[in-house]
Write a protein that binds this ligand. Structure first.
Ligand SMILES: [Zn+2]
Length: 216
């Protein structure tokens, strides 16, 4: 396949995604802009089910932002090998015009179990990506993670992935989780100091953002 690459910075090129081999590829368009989904391996769900969830997620996010200015986009999914038929884990990374995902391919991995991952992580294209955090970025995680979290749930509701009751339940728990955590009253600068070494601090920015959005 021949590709012409223009108007791309070197750092965008080196963080682009290249996939080859036995991938099964599917495509759709959002306002004439192609989105590709490439999956390999054996799963407990049909490719079409995962493709449909990704399609709805991306279409809803672009409609929300009214942003169709992404010339093309690719999502890849490949299996992690695990011998435990019940364990479930996944991992994803945002790259140039693409998102690469790995997940265990056993019975607990489904479009529903990866729905949150895609709805949250692809939202970072805008919050954290286009709306970039200033450095040191840890000081602004309350905004980039908090608002992403809020719009993740809003989008899942609007795409009808979850019910109104699920949505309300997820936000009902936010103040409780936030205020129950003994670290919540720490200044943002203290959160930054401890962010990468303490799990409790790492979770903190996910709560004030949704809390703030929900109240306003
Ligand atoms: Zn995030």
């Amino acid at each position: 396949m021949k590709q012409d690459i223009t108007a791309l910075r070197t750092d965008q090129f080196v963080s682009s995604i290249w996939a080859g081999g036995d991938y099964r590829a599917y495509s759709f368009e959002v306002n004439q802009k192609p989105v590709h989904f490439a999956i390999r391996g054996k799963w407990q769900f049909k490719d079409a089910a995962m493709f449909s969830m990704i399609k709805k997620t991306i279409a809803a996010q672009r409609a929300f932002w009214n942003d169709y200015n992404i010339s093309q986009y690719t999502v890849t999914l490949m299996p992690f090998l695990t011998e435990d038929e019940y364990s479930m884990s996944y991992q994803g990374t945002g790259l140039t015009n693409s998102f690469a995902t790995w997940a265990t391919s056993n019975r607990n991995t489904s479009p529903a179990s990866l729905m949150y991952l895609y709805n949250h992580e692809l939202m970072h294209h805008w919050i954290g990506g286009i709306i970039e955090n200033e450095q040191p970025e840890e000081l602004l995680y309350w905004f980039s993670e908090g608002f992403t979290e809020y719009y993740t749930w809003r989008n899942m509701l609007e795409s009808k992935f979850i019910s109104e009751a699920d949505y309300k339940r997820s936000f009902d728990s936010v103040p409780a989780l936030h205020y129950a955590d003994g670290e919540h009253a720490n200044a943002n600068t203290v959160i930054k100091e401890n962010f990468w070494t303490n799990y409790k601090f790492q979770k903190l920015p996910y709560n004030p953002g949704p809390h703030f959005c929900f109240l306003s």
